[in-house]
Design a protein around this ligand. Structure first.
Ligand SMILES: Nc1ncnc2c1ncn2[C@@H]1O[C@H](COP(=O)(O)OP(=O)(O)OP(=O)(O)O)[C@@H](O)[C@H]1O
Ligand SMILES: [Mg+2]
Length: 400
């Protein structure tokens, strides 16, 4: 994790790809086969350092929060899960864990990204993703997670091929500069191409599967909160611009998926002022745009190290000095006045952070959405921890 990976090569962009997408089986199988080539199948989770999720973490959500039948209360049986949040709060990590959670028990899930940053490859510790669906992980019970890095250029070529049957679309477009048009001049068109590809994956049929669909669920590692409504609603703008034709049909198709009760837009936040404020604003914007708000995932939760009474005492500076000294002795150190003061100061800092977390949690609860907690992984993220997070999301009933 955290390893930087180079941008994907630009070869082999055209063509419906991945499960049921028309690629030869040989290429479809090119995802890593867990266990076969050194990738852990289902790593046994690390010992639990923070305890099982506290019962009642999932906020009881009043039935009156249902809006137009679009907002459910979880567990999310929706087929398209859009994951957004303030930058750096853990969108890609949560999207990855959610994909694993949804795949658990034998489902096939697609995890897609749209910002050309190759973040999924980093989280799953695989080589950069081309514009081709590729298996990146197995989930317990025979589930599979495929991943795809959608880019506007690849989506445009694929789209033109589908609608106009342009075999050498790439060559033709390269000459007339239509790719520049789609990727730079018309950001609205760019976004409709990206969301259009996601819609295609959500709806793609596959007669060989019991569900009749290529994917049981699609998880989108989406743009951050500041851009999410524009990104999802851009189909609306395009639908207004183009009165007819395939672009309009594409835009209408995207809107239909977003508003059909198949979609949930989940928000990732930290229990800090700025991310919580952005979450509150984003929920209001999503609701105003009539987009289906899902759950709130509170990431990087720090467990409280002290009992409530000690937290209070630490903040008031009234911790029992004798007790601190005894603890220091127990640790085999000399309880000097400096050391005692330092520990009392650290306890006060910790108590302050816990109190801040609690205030922010109250803000999150006011959103009246189900809330799911993921702990701060003290040693950083790795694949084992990602599977652990998937388990925690399942244990909190974010997924059925
Ligand atoms: N619960 C966690 N505990 C510890 N580290 C975490 C946790 N969640 C995410 N991280 C780490 O925090 C960093 C940011 O996470 P991530 O890339 O998922 O955020 P993001 O919201 O997708 O960021 P960006 O806005 O850049 O796309 C990564 O290094 C990731 O490994
Ligand atoms: Mg990300």
């Amino acid at each position: 994790m955290g390893r930087r990976v180079p941008r994907a090569g630009r070869a082999s962009r055209v063509g419906r790809t991945g499960p049921g997408g028309g690629l030869p089986a040989r290429r479809r199988r090119c995802g890593r086969q867990p266990g076969a080539d050194g990738v852990r199948a289902v790593p046994s989770p690390r010992p639990d350092r923070w305890g099982e999720p506290v019962p009642g973490t999932v906020t009881a959500v009043a039935a009156d929060s249902e809006r137009n039948g679009e907002e459910g209360t979880g567990p999310w049986r929706r087929r398209l899960h859009v994951v957004t949040g303030k930058g750096g709060t853990g969108k890609t990590t949560v999207a990855g864990a959610l994909a694993l959670a949804l795949a658990t028990g034998g489902q096939r899930v697609l995890l897609a990204e749209v910002e050309g940053r190759q973040q999924i490859a980093q989280v799953f510790d695989t080589p950069p993703l081309p514009y081709r669906e590729r298996k990146v992980a197995s989930a317990p019970g025979g589930g599979e997670v495929y991943a795809l890095a959608v880019d506007a250029e690849g989506a445009l070529l694929e789209y033109l091929e589908m609608f106009y049957n342009l075999r050498s679309a790439g060559r033709v477009l390269g000459r007339i500069g239509a790719i520049d048009f789609a990727t730079t001049i018309a950001p609205g068109v760019r976004d409709v191409l990206l969301t259009g590809k996601i819609k295609e994956a959500v709806n793609r049929p596959d007669g060989t599967r019991p569900s009749g669909l290529a994917y049981d669920a699609v998880v989108l590692d989406a743009p951050p909160t500041g851009r999410i409504v524009r990104f999802l609603n851009v189909s609306h703008e395009v639908a207004g611009l183009a009165k007819m034709g395939p672009i309009r049909a594409q835009a209408d198709g995207v809107l239909k998926v977003l508003h059909s009760g198949q979609t949930a837009v989940h928000l990732v936040t930290l229990l800090e002022e700025m991310p919580v404020q952005e979450t509150v604003d984003a929920v209001a914007e999503l609701r105003a745009a009539n987009l289906p708000v899902g759950g709130v995932v509170v990431n990087m939760v720090r467990p409280s190290l002290l009992a409530p009474a000690d937290l209070r005492a630490a903040r008031e500076g009234s911790l029992d000095v004798e007790e601190i000294a005894a603890g220091i002795k127990e640790a085999g150190l000399e309880p000097t006045a400096e050391l005692i003061a330092e520990i009392a100061w650290e306890a006060a800092q910790h108590a302050e952070r816990v109190a801040l977390q609690e205030r922010q949690r109250a803000e999150v609860a006011r959103l009246n959405r189900p809330v799911y907690d993921l702990p701060l992984a003290a040693d950083g993220m790795d694949m084992g921890m990602l599977y652990r997070f998937a388990e925690l999301l399942r244990a909190q009933r974010m997924v059925p």
